[in-house]
Design a protein around this ligand. Structure first.
Ligand SMILES: Cc1cc2nc3c(=O)[nH]c(=O)nc-3n(C[C@H](O)[C@H](O)[C@H](O)COP(=O)(O)OP(=O)(O)OC[C@H]3O[C@@H](n4cnc5c(N)ncnc54)[C@H](O)[C@@H]3O)c2cc1C
Length: 443
């Protein structure tokens, strides 16, 4: 660094790149502990973001952050998930209260513009310095020394931070992986999503009004997520061959796709699109490691898995909470740093792996058959509900019942081998380039 560069450098203990749920959580905890935390956020909150259905076991983390009552005000209560199978001609309501640990019987559906703003303002209140409209552009990792990060503000001015530790919380932009490599797309799950916000979508009745609906269809699956103000998020995760068939503008394609799924089309007879239509492609990925000399990655910056179980925000909050202990130990030069880092990595991977198995098999006919069946023994249903509720980090004894569920799945698969094998092949074909203009438009 030359003398002029040095003059305009802002020094800090921790630089967090990204002010989504993961970054804001990390920043709030570390600032509370008295560290000098700087957060760079390329957008200005409130801003649109997808990922609106929260899980019950996130609520204790929101309480720990001191934002639960604010989130409650903007959210509609979600007591469970409705799974709809027109292959079986019926739907099933799965309630979180029936999970092994029934202590968290509900969650909330939230507009992410509002939710993310609450979390960001909370970390500012705790003492973090947040720079909105500032995008990290380049990192210089200097092993054994502080790290330099160059960023650009909305006027095009280049700013530099010198940080003792860097936290990559840049979400699906995967800023640090883009700089130092190591990110791998998941070859088994290369689907893409199309979605938008609507008004006039028919709601479930009574206490089920706030529940998410998950609907299987021939080209993937749908979500219907109701919001408190009467509007609804509706989107489909589709297989590559289907996405590549698009010849029309995205909003028209979204409506045409709705028409292909009778249960969704029925609920959307009087619906109107009130946002632009969005697409998110280049879907699931993971990085080999989530840490290096002077940095860690949390939330989607490390890995992204299909959102069918609404696990994204939960995994982001959890990795930020655990990651904050690691960063704090590093800054204190504490002897337990290496052990905390190992524990952090193990737990984060465990959560992701638990969801991944379910996600890879969710759209198989064998999985549908098991999910729609009302016969359940050996606490299998309760254990699956625990995973759905976000209890995937070893708090409840889910291992044996989940193992039995997997055995049942493979038996049903073998029993209907041809049907399941064909479904598997369709799902795993790659994403063709025809998604073109929208392929990186993750929002
Ligand atoms: C189609 C779809 C549906 C989903 N549905 C759900 C759901 O129902 N429930 C759920 O829990 N999850 C869902 N998710 C996942 C969820 O959106 C994410 O897992 C979650 O937002 C991860 O939080 P994060 O903080 O890691 O990243 P993000 O929320 O993406 O936050 C990252 C932040 O970093 C900022 N940033 C990026 N690059 C830079 C840079 N270079 N400099 C400065 N700032 C930067 C971004 O502007 C952003 O604010 C869904 C995802 C998709 C794609």
């Amino acid at each position: 660094m030359d003398a002029t560069e040095k003059k305009s450098v802002c020094s800090c203990d921790v630089l967090v790149i990204g002010g989504g749920p993961a970054g804001s959580t990390m920043a709030a905890i570390l600032a509370e502990q008295g560290w000098h935390v700087e957060v760079l956020e390329k957008d200005r909150h409130p801003r649109f973001h997808i990922g609106e259905s929260l899980l019950p076991h996130s609520l204790p983390m929101l309480k720990r952050l001191g934002v639960l009552s604010e989130v409650e005000k903007i959210g509609i209560t979600k007591y469970g998930a409705e799974v709809v199978s027109h292959y079986h001609g019926r739907s099933r309501m799965l309630y979180f209260s029936r999970a092994l640990d029934g202590s968290q019987p509900f969650a909330f559906e939230v507009k992410r513009a509002e939710f993310d703003e609450i979390l960001l303002r909370n970390c500012i209140a705790k003492g973090a310095h947040v720079r909105e409209g500032v995008r990290a552009k380049q990192v210089k990792l200097r092993p054994g020394q502080s790290t330099l990060v160059h960023a650009e503000d909305s006027q095009g001015q280049i700013l530099t931070w010198e940080a003792r530790f860097v936290v990559d919380a840049s979400g699906r932009d995967t800023f640090l992986s883009g700089q130092v490599g190591g990110k791998h797309r998941n070859p088994h799950h290369s689907s893409a999503a199309i979605f938008g916000h609507f008004e006039g979508v028919k709601r479930l009745a009574g206490m089920d009004e706030g529940n998410i609906s998950i609907v299987w269809f021939d080209h993937g699956w749908w979500w219907i997520i109701p919001f408190k103000d009467g509007t609804t998020s509706v989107g489909a995760v589709c297989w590559p061959y289907y996405i590549s068939s698009r010849k029309v503008p995205l909003d028209q394609f979204l409506w045409e796709t709705i028409a292909l799924c009778p249960p969704v089309a029925e609920r959307m007879k009087n619906a109107k699109l009130i946002s632009q239509a969005y697409a998110a492609a280049n879907y699931s990925y993971r990085r080999r490691t989530m840490s290096g000399d002077g940095y860690i990655m949390i939330g989607d910056a490390f890995a992204f898995i299909d959102p069918v179980f609404s696990s994204g925000v939960h995994l982001a909050l959890n990795s930020a909470m655990l990651g904050a202990e690691v960063v704090d130990a590093h800054l204190r030069c504490a002897p337990e740093y290496a052990q905390l880092l190992r524990q952090f990595q193990r737990t984060v991977r465990r959560g992701i792996n638990t969801y991944s198995w379910f996600i890879y098999h969710f759209t198989q006919p064998a999985f549908r058959a098991l999910f729609m069946s009302r016969r359940s023994k050996f606490k299998i249903e309760e254990a699956v509900l625990s995973v759905l509720a976000g209890d995937a980090f070893g708090k409840s004894p889910i291992q044996i019942p989940i193992f039995l569920f997997k055995i049942a799945y493979y038996l049903v698969y073998l029993f209907n081998l041809k049907e399941n094998w064909l479904a598997h092949r369709r799902r795993t074909q790659g994403i063709p380039s025809t998604l073109g203009d929208t392929s990186n438009a993750i929002v």
